[in-house]
Design a protein around this ligand. Structure first.
Ligand code: SF4
Length: 196
């Protein structure tokens, strides 16, 4: 008998299903059992996917401080238990072996990046921000009225050497802090990654 590859797979599926039914094996029960074994002993934490502005609800199952399973939240009215592939692969973002977990610094002219401590990174950023702010600070700006042609000096108090860039990857609280920081520093340039 000639059996194509597709036909073979079909026949195998039918045979396995027939065997399972014959032995009183219910795949649905096995699936439910597998699910409860997978999340056994974990803590269920409701969360929101941060990948896009859809705001889909997720249930994170955490055991010993590690995410062991995630799924769509059926009670969330936005996604009603579904998740797109981006969110479904979230654990690989958290545990990807190549994910940088330390700040890196490359000396001017050097070829390689080296790990530095968070304290050193924050000190460097703060020093650089102060330097840029001081050298690019603008207290006033001369503005000409297009109707009257009259020119006057207006107080603007801003730094023109710094730009803040938002991201679809940051949540509401992070957006709030970022916006506050840009205003405290005096930068009027605040863009979002999606417009670039
Ligand atoms: S699950 Fe997909 S659609 Fe929903 S918020 Fe995340 S990335 Fe957006």
């Amino acid at each position: 008998m000639d059996v194509s590859r597709r036909g073979f797979l079909k026949l195998s599926g039918i045979s396995i299903a027939a065997l399972a039914t014959g032995l009183g094996f219910d795949p649905k029960v096995a699936e439910a059992k597998g699910y409860s074994l997978r999340i056994e002993g974990s803590k269920k934490i409701p969360s929101i996917c941060h990948f896009c502005s859809g705001g889909c609800g997720m249930l994170l199952h955490v055991k010993d401080g590690k995410l062991i399973h995630l799924e769509g939240d059926p009670d969330n009215p936005v996604n009603e238990g579904t998740l797109c592939p981006k969110a479904a692969s979230l654990s690989s973002v958290a545990y990807a072996p190549h994910r940088p977990t330390k700040p890196k610094y490359r000396t001017p002219g050097a070829k390689d990046w080296v790990d530095i401590s968070w304290d050193e990174a924050l000190d460097r950023i703060a020093k650089k921000m102060k330097e840029v702010r001081d050298t690019t600070w603008k207290a006033t700006e001369q503005v000409t009225d297009s109707k009257t042609g009259q020119t006057q000096n207006l107080t603007v108090n801003r730094t023109e050497g710094m730009v803040f860039l938002g991201s679809a990857e940051i949540d509401n609280e992070e957006c709030y802090i970022l916006k506050k920081l840009s205003q405290v520093v005096g930068s009027p340039y605040h863009e979002h990654q999606a417009r670039i």
